[in-house]
Write a new protein. Structure first.
Length: 149
């Protein structure tokens, strides 16, 4: 995807049993952060670091969601254990469909890669970053710099 491209069709399960679609990207800048597995060490670090910048995102008029191919119940338990507030979106079934559409799927591992995808309030791609490998943790500074311009 290139900056300015419209969001592809998305269907992600929410923690409360709902569905998050490309229409939910409208109205506010949205940061989707992709992580491989709930409860893994690097993913734990990633979401704890990103939780710390939520006030900075709010000041910039942005909201954040975390996406993985874990089932919603695993994500909810992970979120509770970490004590974070970042809403979780599951790309479990069909496995990785949204991650593939956004270039954030790691085929060799059958999971999402570590990636950041930012959409503007019209659901158009603003910026994206895909890590070289699932073990690479994109710093929160990348998100803030992308939002600043």
């Amino acid at each position: 995807m290139r900056p300015g491209a419209p969001a592809p069709k998305l269907s992600l399960a929410t923690e409360d049993g709902g569905t998050f679609t490309q229409e939910d990207l409208r109205g506010r800048t949205t940061v989707l952060v992709f992580y491989p597995f709930a409860f893994s060490p690097v993913c734990t670090d990633q979401l704890q670091v990103y939780e710390e910048i939520l006030p900075d995102l709010e000041r910039r008029g942005a909201r954040m969601y975390a996406v993985s191919t874990d089932a919603t119940w695993s994500q909810a338990a992970f979120k509770r254990q970490l004590g974070i507030s970042i809403p979780q979106l599951s790309d479990f079934e069909p496995k990785g469909a949204a991650s593939r559409a956004l270039g954030a799927y790691f085929e060799p591992g059958g999971m999402t890669n570590r990636a950041i995808v930012i959409f503007d309030d019209d659901a158009k791609l603003l910026w994206h970053h895909v890590a070289d490998s699932p073990g690479d943790l994109p710093g929160a500074n990348l998100i803030l710099a992308a939002l600043d311009g």
